[in-house]
Design a protein around this ligand. Structure first.
Ligand code: ADP
Ligand code: ZN
Length: 605
């Protein structure tokens, strides 16, 4: 192999990665770092941050030292680099002493292009002394938001990385993260001694993700409908709020013929590990999980993230849905939620021991998420604005594809509020709706609610549609769900003001499942309209990939991404030379895997 340090970034990109063009700011960043400068890089998941330190590590003299918080993530990256023919290794505490020693000696002997270490390892005196003796291309700090106490995942070890600036002042320092607000960014810059002109910030948008949020009526049935319609063969993550829900949903999906594995903190570490590995290493596996699952999952072909309950705030929603579509192919973020979920989130907040001030912030953050969930306009715009970013109406969310109809809900809301008032603000939503719809049952009769003037005044609307109205007026703050007292509905000051001042109000209409678009229509990707024979070829290539991956005990995507398989389907190369033109196939992968895949394509004719 030629000396890498002679190669240009463009050549490395093509030769090793098999890509022909840099994306977004990659080229600028790579040139900047190769010139010996520092950089803070904020880019959304899947934008291609890794290349920003990998390629300069290859093009500059010396080894790139990559600091990464999770051992599993490190190993994944190292596996992927080794597949490309790049000399990389991880040094961490999961290895035996001998392995660690040998790796460190080889590091000193200059054998590697990239070395991945945890912050604890890097900060060991012994390790730092070794580094004094080797030629270093750069330091890259992945998940750099962990350095700041303003970030969402502060780690004390990360904060100590500030010594890099003092100890190795002339070596380029790169900080990379997908989520850092202005305060966090400033903090990282201060700690690493970076200048303001070394910031590279890409937008937060994940254009390939389709967002949709709907009323939860029968969440499990809705989920089934969604998966059957869009993701029969795909990997996905289903988030639930409770362990019990996780277990039930996983069992239920299994009964429906899917491979669905539960994951939550109540399962043993061994089981969790096993399920996570199956998710990573097999195709078609769904994980049903509480939020305990996800940190450090960089599986690129997660095709959907479904929420059966509302999460706690927009940051969490963005982070969880962001696990979909890292490979840039179409993916879906799909959520159903109910008023009861909101009550549950409020209850979590209220029952915590945090100071009042903190609780107020949490409530506000939940409100912002409700604003997103109830919005009649483009979801992406609201999401991006929350992070200080912007876009046009996106054409790839439920509201853009099928704008919800609005209606004058003034009288209905007056009826709803007065029914809550007449029943003495003592009952939950189900009972109030029963009274509004004029349905008599034992509870209604026991309290004499069938004699009230509000009994039956809402008969013109279905019970489901009433739920949608109640959810919206709760999100708007006209009513309050009292989670401390059996989810009773109370009218807020804002609600009384609405009545007193005879305000008018517009709400969005109740939509049935059939009305809501399920996926991206206008900008469909080529393979979504694949012919039957192409689909068959894809499956055959996928089976070959799985076979190769299992033999090497690595996840299939480390061999080839789905996008590469689709590239092969599209081009149907008949020679290795032609195969080299498919994006994502560099020299080494061509040599290793070209023939077996060529055979699959040939035998498909
Ligand atoms: P991040 O770390 O920002 O989440 P990655 O570095 O993992 O993103 O890159 C996401 C995916 O995009 C990877 O599969 C990577 O191979 C691919 N990718 C990165 N840069 C390019 C490029 N210039 N052309 C094509 N694919 C790219
Ligand atoms: Zn939109």
């Amino acid at each position: 192999m030629p000396d890498l340090h002679q190669l240009s970034p463009q050549t490395v990109l093509s030769k090793y990665y098999g890509y022909e063009q840099f994306r977004g700011k990659q080229q600028d960043i790579i040139d900047h770092v190769i010139a010996g400068k520092h950089a803070l890089i904020v880019m959304p998941t899947g934008a291609g941050k890794s290349l920003c330190y990998q390629i300069p590590s290859l093009c500059r003299e010396g080894v790139g030292i990559i600091i990464s918080p999770l051992i599993a993530l490190m190993q994944n990256q190292v596996d992927a680099l080794q597949q490309l023919g790049i000399k990389a290794i991880a040094i961490n505490s999961h290895q035996t002493m001998e392995q660690q020693q040998s790796a460190q000696c080889r590091l000193e002997a200059g054998e590697f292009d990239l070395v991945y270490v945890s912050p604890e390892r890097l900060l060991m005196d012994d390790f730092l002394e070794r580094l004094d003796r080797v030629s270093i291309a750069l330091f890259a700090i992945d998940e750099a938001h962990c350095m700041s106490q303003w970030g969402h995942d502060f780690r004390p070890d990360y904060a100590r990385l500030s010594i890099l600036a003092k100890r190795f002042p002339s070596i380029p320092r790169l900080a990379l993260t997908a989520t850092a607000d202005a305060l966090t960014r400033q903090d990282i810059q201060n700690q690493l001694g970076l200048h303001a002109d070394s910031q590279f910030i890409a937008g937060f948008d994940r254009p390939n993700i389709h967002y949709s949020i709907t009323q939860g009526e029968n969440p499990k049935q809705q989920l089934l409908h969604f998966i059957k319609k869009n993701h029969q063969q795909d990997c996905g993550i289903v988030y639930c709020l409770s362990r019990k829900n996780v277990e039930e949903t996983a069992d239920w999906l299994t009964d429906q013929g899917f491979v669905a594995l539960p994951y939550h903190a109540g399962l043993s570490a061994a089981i969790r590990q096993k399920h996570q590995q199956r998710f990573l290493k097999e195709d078609n596996v769904m994980i049903v999980a509480t939020i305990a699952f996800g940190m450090g999952i960089d599986k690129p072909n997660v095709r959907f993230v479904a929420h059966l309950n509302i999460p706690k705030n927009i940051e969490a929603y963005y982070q969880e849905t962001g696990r979909a579509g890292r490979d840039g192919q179409t993916a879906q973020a799909w959520m159903v939620y109910r008023l009861a979920d909101v009550a549950r989130q409020r209850d979590f907040i209220e029952s915590s021991t945090a100071p009042e001030q903190q609780k107020r912030i949490w409530h506000q953050k939940l409100n912002a998420l409700l604003g997103l969930a109830e919005a009649p306009s483009c979801r992406r715009q609201i999401l991006l604005r929350y992070f200080g970013d912007n876009c046009r109406p996106c054409g790839n969310c439920d509201n853009c594809l099928s704008p919800p109809k609005k209606f004058d809900a003034t009288i209905d809301v007056q009826k709803a509020l007065s029914c809550i008032y007449r029943t003495k603000q003592f009952f939950g939503v189900a009972h109030i709706i029963t009274v509004l719809c004029g349905k008599s049952n034992a509870k209604v009769r026991e309290h004499g609610h069938d004699k009230l003037s509000t009994f039956g005044i809402g008969e013109h609307i279905s019970q489901k549609a009433w739920r949608v109205i109640f959810r919206q007026i709760a999100a708007l703050g006209l009513i309050h769900v009292d989670v401390q007292h059996y989810n009773r509905l109370r009218i807020t000051d804002k609600g009384f003001e609405f009545l007193r001042q005879k305000q008018t109000i517009e709400l969005t209409e109740y939509r049935t499942l059939k009305d809501t678009p399920d996926r991206k229509k206008p900008k469909q990707q080529a393979h979504e309209a694949a012919s039957e024979s192409d689909q068959t070829l894809f499956e055959a290539l996928r089976a070959k990939r799985l076979e190769i991956a299992q033999a090497q005990e690595v996840p299939p995507y480390i061999i080839f991404h789905d996008s590469v398989l689709w590239g092969l389907v599209r081009e149907k190369p008949t020679s290795l030379k032609a195969m080299r033109h498919v994006s994502g196939i560099g020299d080494v992968k061509l040599k290793r895997y070209g023939l077996p895949f060529l055979e699959v394509i040939e035998s498909a004719d």
